[in-house]
Design a protein around this ligand. Structure first.
Ligand SMILES: Cc1cc2nc3c(=O)[nH]c(=O)nc-3n(C[C@H](O)[C@H](O)[C@H](O)COP(=O)(O)OP(=O)(O)OC[C@H]3O[C@@H](n4cnc5c(N)ncnc54)[C@H](O)[C@@H]3O)c2cc1C
Length: 458
């Protein structure tokens, strides 16, 4: 089994393309974007589309798609992270409802753009199943559905499925029921990233790789090769933000790890079902997320080593043997037919987590500084909505998007070390304990709710 190497998605298409040139010296641009993941590339796409004459340069320290955008679970999700009450502080309940609707519409927007530019990313828009494997999880799913109703989602957006309705779709061992939403699509992340990078380059956007930005200042991105002077500098560095001067405690790089099986025999698929390739998760506090890949494997992800001291990232994503074992075990618990299945690849990546677990998007005309991120584990589609919002903010035209309640938020910074390390590891140790308690209990554990409150995660 391979480990790291940027993960299975890139390997399955022969790796990232040959490195693009790095920045050769100082330069002038209208917009400099730091980071070539989904946030950076979607921002370049929508700006260039709105104003083709703009000179847009993207500065990437490794290769386009090196970060979470090339390594994720491929859930193009119409949901976003963070508790609604935090967004409601800026936009009230009406603002939260608008954000929910805008995110749901974003899945359709991505499908349309991919079709328009003939980007083949193995997309299947058949929704998401969140499966309860004990009664505590079932109760939590019901509470989530009730909360979603208050935030404007109806039966057509998110609903409960009985265990027999679920097993008609997929056969998960011990499942008591599930929630279902149609607003999630499956994608091959590296194909999506590659296609988007091709399109923005065809539009005239310049992508410089192996170009590390040390510092972002008003209207300047400082690299070792020189300074890029620009009217706007967009920070799109997510889980790597702490490498920028002055931003060490802005977002923590939280780990997520994945493994992928060998292709499954048709007879195994017959036992499992899952013919419509919905995205699949359980409803644990430390949950797992799965996709059926286009080439007939299962990719499953979850939290490995949650965080590295001092906000270090994990390079090309080599993954601890204990994490691989744990994911293998959870896969076999859901699908006993997979007990002896071979795993072909394990990898990890970092996502960006703000102190209040909520996304922020902003652009300040007085300094020319703009940014978007803090998506936690739901950034694939959210980066698209954030990018369209950045376009409108940068072009200075107030729109529906610029009044969404994630605009203009300034979450407080994370605690300094060693508090930060201790708090994050403590939170995940307690969540794991809450999951263990819920295996035997009938109701959601009080420990889980307590940790939700203390951490601010829900
Ligand atoms: C294993 C895993 C599974 C996930 N699964 C899902 C999922 O299924 N669905 C979902 O919605 N979300 C998922 N996420 C989260 C999602 O992938 C991210 O939220 C999203 O890709 C963030 O995109 P981004 O462009 O903001 O950041 P990234 O993709 O991380 O891109 C940031 C880029 O900035 C570059 N960079 C950083 N610092 C500098 C610098 N100083 N100078 C120059 N360049 C720099 C990095 O090299 C990187 O390429 C997952 C994340 C992980 C790690």
């Amino acid at each position: 089994m391979r480990s790291g190497e940027l993960g299975f998605w890139w390997r399955s298409i022969g790796g990232p393309p040959p490195r693009r040139p790095s920045l050769a010296g100082s330069a002038q641009a209208d917009v400099a974007i730091v980071g070539a993941g989904f946030t950076g590339l979607w921002t370049a796409y929508y700006l260039k589309r709105a104003q083709p004459h703009l000179r847009i340069v993207v500065l990437e320290r490794e290769t386009a798609g090196f970060g979470a955008s090339g390594r994720n679970g491929g859930w193009v999700s119409g949901f976003f992270s963070g508790p609604g009450r935090v967004y409601a502080r800026r936009g009230g309940n009406a603002g939260v409802r608008r954000l929910r609707r805008a995110m749901i519409d974003t899945v359709g927007e991505i499908v349309d753009v991919l079709n328009e530019h003939a980007i083949d990313a193995d997309l299947v828009h058949n929704g998401q199943l969140s499966v309860a494997v004990n009664s505590a999880q079932l109760q939590r799913l019901r509470e989530e559905i009730a909360a979603a109703r208050v935030e404007g989602l109806d039966e057509g957006d998110l609903r409960e499925l009985s265990s027999s309705e679920l097993s008609a779709r997929v056969s998960v061992d011990g499942a008591l029921g599930a929630s279902f939403s149609p607003h999630v699509a499956r994608a091959h992340p590296a194909k999506l990233l590659l296609g988007l990078a091709r399109v923005v380059e065809e539009m005239g956007v310049e992508i410089y790789e192996s170009t590390f930005v040390r510092e972002i200042r008003p209207r300047e991105a400082i690299t070792d090769a020189g300074i890029v002077h620009a009217r706007w500098v967009v920070r799109a560095t997510e889980g790597y933000t702490s490498s920028l001067r002055g931003l060490r405690r802005m977002l923590v790089p939280m780990n997520s790890s994945m493994v992928v099986t060998e292709p499954l025999d048709p007879s195994v698929w017959e036992q499992i079902g899952w013919q419509s390739s919905e995205l699949l998760s359980d409803a644990a506090h430390v949950y797992v997320y799965l996709q059926r890949t286009a080439d007939g494997r299962i990719a499953i992800g979850g939290r490995g080593v949650p965080y590295r001291y001092g906000s270090r990232d994990d390079g090309t994503g080599a993954t601890a043997a204990s994490t691989v074992r744990s994911l293998h075990h959870q896969l076999a618990a859901m699908f006993p037919a997979l007990r002896g299945i071979g795993l072909e690849h394990a990898w990890s990546g970092v996502l960006g987590v703000p102190r209040d677990w909520c996304v922020s998007v902003d652009a300040d005309p007085s300094s020319g500084l703009a940014w978007a991120g803090g998506y936690v584990g739901e950034g694939v589609a959210a980066a698209n909505l954030a990018a369209r919002t950045l376009r409108d903010l940068i072009l200075g035209a107030p729109t529906e998007l610029t009044s969404l309640p994630w605009v203009g938020r300034r979450p407080r910074r994370w605690e300094p070390e060693p508090l930060r390390w201790a708090a994050i590891h403590g939170v995940y140790a307690l969540y794991r304990q809450a999951d263990r308690l819920e295996r035997d209990g009938a109701r959601p554990s009080r420990l889980g709710s307590l940790v939700d409150t203390l951490s601010g995660r829900h």
